[in-house]
Design a protein around this ligand. Sequence first.
Ligand code: SAM
Length: 289
Amino acid sequence: METPDCGILYLVATPIGNLADLSFRALDVLRQADCIAAEDTRHSRPLLEHYGIATPLLPLHEHNEDRTAPRLVERLLRGETIALISDAGTPLISDPGFPLVRLARQQGIRVIPIPGACALVAAISASGLPTDRFSFEGFPPRTSSARKSMLQSLADDPRTLIFYESSHRTLDFLKDLAEVFPAQRPVAIARELTKLYETIVNSTAGEAAALVAAGPHMQKGEFVILIAGADPAQAPRDSLTDEQQRVLGFLLEECSVKTAASLCARITGARRELAYQAALQLKRENDAG
Ligand code: SAM
């Protein structure tokens, strides 16, 4: 039930690079609100100045939102109109605002989204990967071991997987991806969307790290990484195919278990863990005579 006579909380999407990606409706709301709650007021000022918006700003970020949200809800209950924006894109999408929206809705306050730019939606729509089902995974864990186990848990998911990643971790993420996912799995990298150096490239789990490493500019800017889901027609195998086993056998004659497994995964598309287990087994059999 909405509370009559109270104000409205607007969630206003702002551009993710190109300042022109702000809707007419967003402009109206930002001009007419009693205040704008912004993730970083210094960051948002140039955008607001660009559009001649003089509405008072107040900060709402991850370090103060738990104590600021109740104060904003009080203002909304008194009848004020508040617009929430983040540094870029849609508020609450890997951005602050969840405690405020939850509390506002619990209090029966009307919450109105003003849709607009969102990096994940822009990226998947242009990626060439399936869009019928997808799973937005936000930012991956920062340590390689946590990242790999997260990737492992998603390797058989049939939905397109979407990640946000910062420029200085993108290469490490793609290296981990190559170790965990089948080498042939399609990957798309969307970089600097809506900006001057916008780049959207298609690759595979096995090749994407090399592609990013090769171009120095490919390690700069903002990234969305997309991975096609597992083919549901191919149930996850729990053993190597005969061909994969044959390739692994040759590789083991020349390399260590770890290298043979890694190369086998890259060459044949076998799951790396499966190749590793098979290589261990084969080595044991070979050693036993
Ligand atoms: N709320 C934003 C949205 O709606 O997309 C996301 C905010 S999140 C803190 C920032 C991350 O979004 C970046 O690290 C990057 O992964 C992604 N991102 C934002 N702008 C982007 C752009 N122009 N091109 C590619 N990725 C972008």
